[in-house]
Design a protein around this ligand. Structure first.
Ligand SMILES: Nc1ncnc2c1ncn2[C@@H]1O[C@H](COP(=O)(O)OP(=O)(O)O)[C@@H](O)[C@H]1O
Ligand SMILES: [Mg+2]
Length: 116
């Protein structure tokens, strides 16, 4: 995996900050886990790296290539970022309930979403 750098990345819906001024460097070939309570912004951060969510502001580079920069007006689409993404919900097997890999419902605050 190439180096990924997030600089002052913020994602806001109206007045609600899902991710607030995040600075993060993931080294080349590093294996990284984002750990935090439900709702702290883990998925939103991954979605912004993949290009599935557009940050409100900040800058993201992947392998030295700028894929998002709010000030420069750069926003490379997901299919041009070469990023794989495994969704945490039933996107691939919506009817599956019994496979060992089937995700479990997390808690009431997750509403209809599921988590691993
Ligand atoms: N599309 C959206 N619109 C409004 N709020 C959202 C949206 N997506 C996520 N959120 C909110 O942003 C916060 C962070 O969500 P999320 O990144 O999914 O958290 P995590 O993955 O750490 O559990 C949560 O409060 C969530 O409800
Ligand atoms: Mg999540």
């Amino acid at each position: 995996m190439p180096e990924i750098v997030l600089t002052h990345v913020t994602k806001r819906w109206d007045k609600f900050y899902a991710v607030d001024d995040l600075n993060l460097v993931i080294d080349d070939n590093a294996f990284v886990t984002l750990l935090g309570p439900s709702g702290c912004g883990k998925t939103t951060t991954l979605r912004m790296i993949a290009g599935l969510e557009t940050p409100t502001s900040g800058r993201i580079t992947i392998g030295g290539r700028v894929v998002y920069d709010s000030e420069a007006g750069i926003n490379i689409p997901p299919n041009k970022r070469k990023v794989g993404f495994l969704f945490q919900n039933y996107a691939l097997w919506p009817s599956s309930t019994r496979t060992p890999a089937a995700p479990q419902r997390c808690c009431a605050s997750c509403r209809s979403r599921t988590t691993w």
